[in-house]
Design a protein around this ligand. Structure first.
Ligand code: SAH
Ligand code: SF4
Length: 379
């Protein structure tokens, strides 16, 4: 059965009109879904019982089940969710201004997943390790945001329309552009004023470089931001890290990004993980700077977050700073992530991987995944 949170306002309106409902019912239902974050039909107290019953017959409304919340010292929170079919996915909540001096941090970015696992098998990535299981449905993407809002309200007692999440990065598990249609539908719901109301310019899609998807995105009307997981500035380095580069080598990727910029006229971001001895040599700075200059891209350097079972390491902090400085000297706007959330496996796919490993290691009869409601660990 289709989940009601996969519908656009127009689709819901058409359905309710076909049932002979007055037009204002559409906004009442949407209000319950995206202002009150209702988790079941019975909460929708201003709808007639007969309508609630009919909605219940016609649509699913199955919120993500919270399995774990992990906290890091900087207030980053990592959520592990169980989907209706038992699959596990994760989202990470990152405060924009970590409360270093005890002040409240008011802006929050949520990193959301788009697939269960990932088929692209980047050598350094936890999400690719267990392979690809399936695409997330639109409501499973949407509900990562609404379930976090629901969680926040239940903790703080915040009343509508108070919201926590005002930025999205599509950088969780999975390759977003490989689940293009479901992603677009979800982002339109999250972007809409009747939905989660998150501005398109506050939504960043990260891709490992799927050329056809980038070209398609360039032709969409919305001004979503684009981040490219580059990680190598030459085909030689990129081929070693990312199998996708064999299908779409740098020349094709650059051409697609130039097209994207012609259409959108916007600045791109390159994500560049620094992995010790693999792509962090200072000899990589000139080719990286050349690509960034050509595409007017800013570079976001990220020290590698080690993944259990993989041999890769992060360079020492002094070396990361040297790489940053060299890039800046070459005239490239660059930042170095002095990372948030490393202590909670915040890189993509890591919490899920660890939970799956723990489950594999457990005897067949249990212990079960944290039962009796969500467990909070960390601080
Ligand atoms: N599939 C998309 C989006 C999800 S990955 C993509 O590849 O862009 C989100 C980001 O996390 C990517 O830049 C990815 O390269 C990075 N990443 C994956 N594993 C990591 C790790 N162990 N440490 C640091 N960054 C990692
Ligand atoms: Fe997939 Fe992105 Fe991980 Fe590569 S980095 S395996 S594309 S999730």
């Amino acid at each position: 059965m289709q989940d009601i949170r996969s519908l656009t306002r127009e689709e819901l309106q058409a359905e309710l009109a076909a049932w002979g409902e007055p037009a204002y019912r559409t906004d009442q239902v949407l209000g319950w879904l995206y202002r009150h974050y209702a988790a079941d039909w019975s909460a929708m107290s201003n709808l007639p019982l007969a309508l609630r019953d009919r909605l219940h017959q016609r649509f699913a409304l199955a919120p993500l089940e919270l399995v774990r919340v992990q906290g890091a010292a900087d207030e980053t929170r990592k959520f592990l969710w169980r989907l209706a079919d038992g699959a596990l996915i994760e989202s990470v909540l990152i405060p924009a201004n970590p409360a270093l001096y005890g002040e409240p941090s008011d802006r929050h970015t949520l990193c959301v997943s788009t697939q269960v696992g990932c088929a692209y098998g980047c050598r350094f990535c936890a999400s690719g390790l267990a392979g690809w299981k399936r695409n997330l449905l639109p409501h499973e993407i949407v509900d990562q945001v609404t379930a976090v809002e629901r969680w926040h309200r239940s903790l703080t007692g915040t009343k509508p329309p108070g919201r926590l999440v005002d930025n999205l990065v599509i950088m969780g598990m999975g390759e977003p552009l490989a689940n293009y249609d479901n992603l677009m539908r979800a982002l339109r719901i999250l972007n809409a004023p009747w939905g989660a109301g998150i501005g398109a310019r506050r939504i960043t899609i990260s891709t490992s470089g799927l050329v056809p998807g980038i070209r398609k995105l360039a032709d969409e009307p919305e001004q979503f931001r684009l981040a490219i997981s580059l990680h190598g500035a030459t085909d030689e380095v990129r081929d070693r890290l990312m199998p996708v580069n064999r299908k779409y080598p740098l020349a094709d990727l650059v051409a697609a990004l130039e097209y994207y910029q012609q259409r959108k006229g916007r600045m791109l971001t390159f994500e560049y993980i620094l992995i010790s001895g693999i792509n962090d040599g200072l000899d990589q700075v000139p080719p990286l700077a050349a690509l960034a200059r050509r595409l007017h891209a800013k570079v976001n350097l990220i020290p590698y977050n080690p993944v259990q079972g993989l041999p890769w390491q992060r360079p020492d902090p002094a070396h990361c700073e040297r790489f940053l400085l060299a890039l800046r000297r070459a005239g490239i706007p660059a930042t170095l992530r002095r990372e948030k959330g490393t202590d909670i496996d915040a890189a993509c796919g890591q919490l899920r991987l660890r939970t799956l490993q723990e489950l594999d290691a457990a005897p067949a009869s249990g212990p079960a995944p944290p039962a009796g409601g969500p467990a909070e660990s960390g601080i």
